[in-house]
Ligand binder design. Structure first.
Ligand code: ZN
Length: 381
């Protein structure tokens, strides 16, 4: 790249499930995706095997400076699969097992943080320092190996063993939490369900407010979504959520839901999971080639037009969320391909400033405002 070339914008990805890919799928995320995929090519236990699109070298190549990195471990005693709970399952046979599995995932992030592969970010000053590091490196030494920033989040609060256990996770560095994933847990009804929050879910929201936890409203049932928005006074965002007007289905948000998140100062972060981008997608059947990064830009454009503000949109790619390139846009073979988005956005009239905000700026200001202001509050990160 010559000095006159414009640097690609830094990216802040609001949703990656990095740790479960390492701990449950046995992926060494410090390797290139070619190395990861070569090691898995003969494996048949999961459709995403040999099709990874996310690893730390790819994130650096795509200038993905930071992400919300999840803990993901569901408690589902009811599923009792006939071949047992497999290591690649999201489900565990009870609350204690799910909680301990999430602790294992956190241990993975900490191992990498000790080696400077990642940087755990638990407060606003740490977030500023991290982005300064990446901005300065982008102008002086683009190829340098920088740590990827991780703000700790949980996808489904199953690992939190009741409202009184929440403070323990806050002290461990957890800063963003959604109540539920697919199905139903002790706190709420999630994707595919229709019920409200439970009493424990309501109590957990009060605890989030007391501690300063950011609420992720992705995956709530419609009823749960409206109830949570009503009850919760703290900061909220949707870390990986697309638009129902473009792709029908309960997993996506109606225009009213998008407007509500925006009016509460939150962001709707667009996901790249192909079934949320293509109406009528059939998992395991529809070919990735029918979806492209253009549809991702459509989602962003819709969020901005419904809210009337570019501040409402961001990216939460979910590109390692239990699937691989078989369920990603056909022209997205690596997380580095997120850098194809700016040209699609430019085609739609977004300015360079708008694009920078969508790629990382909106999330950076949201978290800068809502993460704890000092390290004492930030506790152990
Ligand atoms: Zn998800």
């Amino acid at each position: 790249m010559s000095e006159t070339d414009v640097q690609p914008p830094l990216i802040f990805d609001a949703h990656l499930d990095l740790a479960i890919n390492a701990v449950s799928f046995d992926r060494d995320l410090t390797q290139t995706i070619e190395e990861i995929n070569a090691a898995e090519r003969h494996m048949t236990d999961h459709p995403g095997r040999g099709r990874a699109v996310v690893s730390f070298p790819e994130m650096r190549r795509g200038s993905v400076a930071a992400c919300l990195g999840t803990l993901l471990a569901r408690s589902n005693l009811r599923s009792r699969p006939s071949n047992g709970y497999l290591r690649v399952d999201f489900d565990h046979a009870g609350d204690d097992m799910a909680s301990a599995a999430a602790s294992g995932q956190l241990a993975y992030y900490r191992l990498l943080a000790a080696r400077n592969e990642v940087q755990m970010i638990g407060d606003a000053p740490a977030l500023d320092r991290h982005f300064d590091l990446w901005r300065n490196a982008a102008t002086t030494e683009p190829a340098r190996k920088l740590p990827v920033g991780i703000v700790l989040s949980v996808e489904g609060s199953d690992p939190i063993l009741g409202p009184s256990d929440c403070e323990r996770w806050w002290r461990e560095g957890l800063r963003v939490a959604s109540l539920v994933h697919y199905g139903r847990n002790r706190y709420a009804d999630g994707t595919g369900q229709e019920g409200p929050l439970t009493d424990e879910g309501r109590e957990l929201l009060s605890e989030f407010m007391r501690l300063g936890m950011i609420l992720d409203v992705t995956h709530l049932s419609d009823r749960g979504f409206f109830e949570a928005i009503d009850r919760f006074d703290g900061p909220l965002l949707a870390t990986h959520n697309n638009c129902r007007a473009l792709v029908p289905g309960q997993r996506q948000y109606s225009d009213d839901q998008i407007r509500l998140v925006y009016e509460r100062g939150g962001l709707v972060c667009v996901a790249l999971d192909a079934w949320m981008l293509h109406p009528g997608w059939v998992k395991g059947r529809t070919e990735a080639a029918v979806v492209s990064m253009k549809q991702v830009a459509d989602q962003i454009e819709h969020i901005v037009s419904v809210s009337g503000d570019v501040a409402a949109a961001a990216i939460g790619s979910d590109l390692d969320g239990g699937f691989g390139n078989e369920q990603s846009p056909g022209d997205c073979r690596s997380i580095a391909d997120l850098q194809k988005l700016p040209s699609h956005l430019r085609d739609r009239g977004f300015t360079d400033n708008d694009i920078t905000r969508i790629m990382h700026g909106n999330l950076l200001s949201f978290l800068g405002k809502h993460l704890p202001a000092d390290t004492k509050q930030g506790a152990h990160t």
